[in-house]
Design a protein around this ligand. Structure first.
Ligand code: FES
Ligand SMILES: [Fe+2]
Length: 341
């Protein structure tokens, strides 16, 4: 499955401090733990199971010593070293030198955009450059933008349903009336849709919608120009700018951990230039917008996104659905099974 070969967000970086943390990705229980060393801080993601007698390593503790950081199992105290996860010490037999096979199972883990990202398998075939790393989000690496992390939002629907909602301008006048849209101003311009070839993602430029309150500190309604990037099947990034000289620019990334065919956990990374709202006000705004989306998105049936993979697509499309159709074709090109039907 290609899903196993992609990077996925598993939790917020700030959740992983001194104690090990349990989480799960695509049905695989993980223990996340943080190593502080002379060259910085690293997060490790291992199978949450001790190779000795199967206890959960996330119930153990992190040891810092002269030999570097180790994770200690809660049951018999075996110590596993950062890096390759090799057992370095068995307290009940202190003179025994554990062989190489005495090791925890280690996954690749990285931190980006305030989130911990994990990949369960290295790609069997080369993926597109977009997919070789966690998705890029230029504004979160640029000090001229202020970023805040919103979420996690646990949702009873598939990750693709939520991505499609994020790409959809034509629900604004109804779901977000008075905020991101207005019934009387519901017409949208879907813009220019560039569908990548092969495994490359989508880019949508110059899409437009009328918004009464486009961001937290917006004073009045205006036309907003949208650009979307979909570099990963479960991630999308939008850049929105007022078209009439408003000094505020916003970029919002949606990153989703798929938790099955009908469940997912989402985070938004909001980046702003010029918005005078506090971080809390930005988060409250995003929480309020998401609370408007939630009941509608969770009501969609089937919860998996119909891309025509196993059953004929049972949804009809209008002219404003070009972006969502392109997204469905992208999922098909990649061979994404999780959360699709
Ligand atoms: S089960 Fe982990 S040390 Fe025994
Ligand atoms: Fe929405």
């Amino acid at each position: 499955m290609i899903e196993q070969q992609l990077w996925h967000p598993v939790t917020a970086s700030h959740q992983v401090r001194h104690e090990p943390v349990a989480c799960s990705l695509l049905g695989q229980p993980l223990v996340l733990w943080r190593e502080h060393s002379h060259d910085g801080s690293h997060v490790h993601a291992w199978v949450d199971r001790c190779p000795h007698r199967g206890a959960r390593l996330s119930l153990g503790r992190v040891l810092i010593g002269v030999h570097g950081a180790r994770l200690e199992c809660p049951y018999h105290g075996w110590q596993f070293a950062a890096g390759e996860g090799r057992c370095q010490h068995i307290p009940a037999a202190p003179d025994f030198v554990p062989p190489a096979a005495h090791r925890a199972t280690v996954f690749e883990a990285r931190e980006q955009h305030g989130l911990v990202w994990v990949r369960l398998h290295a790609p069997t075939n080369p993926l597109s450059p977009d997919l070789a790393d966690p998705p890029a989000f230029a504004q979160s690496d640029d000090a001229t933008w202020r970023t805040v992390l919103c979420g996690p939002y646990e949702l009873n629907t598939s990750a693709p349903r939520l991505v499609e909602n994020f790409l959809d301008l034509s629900h604004f006048g109804f779901v977000h009336e008075g905020w991101l849209g207005e019934r009387g101003h519901a017409q949208v311009q879907t813009g220019v849709v560039e569908e990548g070839t092969g495994l490359a993602g989508l880019v949508v430029s110059d899409a437009r919608a009328w918004q009464p309150r486009a961001y937290a500190s917006a004073g009045e309604g205006t036309w907003i120009a949208y650009r979307y990037d979909v570099p990963h099947p479960f991630a999308a990034i939008l850049r929105k700018d007022a078209t009439q000289g408003d000094p505020v620019s916003n970029a919002i990334a949606l990153f989703i951990r798929p938790d099955g065919n009908e469940m997912c956990t989402a985070w938004f990374v909001m980046a702003t230039q010029g918005d005078t709202s506090s971080d809390k006000e930005l988060i409250d705004f995003q929480d309020a917008v998401f609370a408007q989306d939630r009941p509608v998105v969770e009501s969609q049936r089937p919860r998996a996104l119909p891309v025509g993979r196993t059953v004929p697509v049972t949804e009809v499309h209008g002219p404003a659905d070009r972006v969502s159709s392109a997204y469905r074709r992208y999922l098909n090109r990649l061979g994404v099974v999780l959360g699709t039907c």
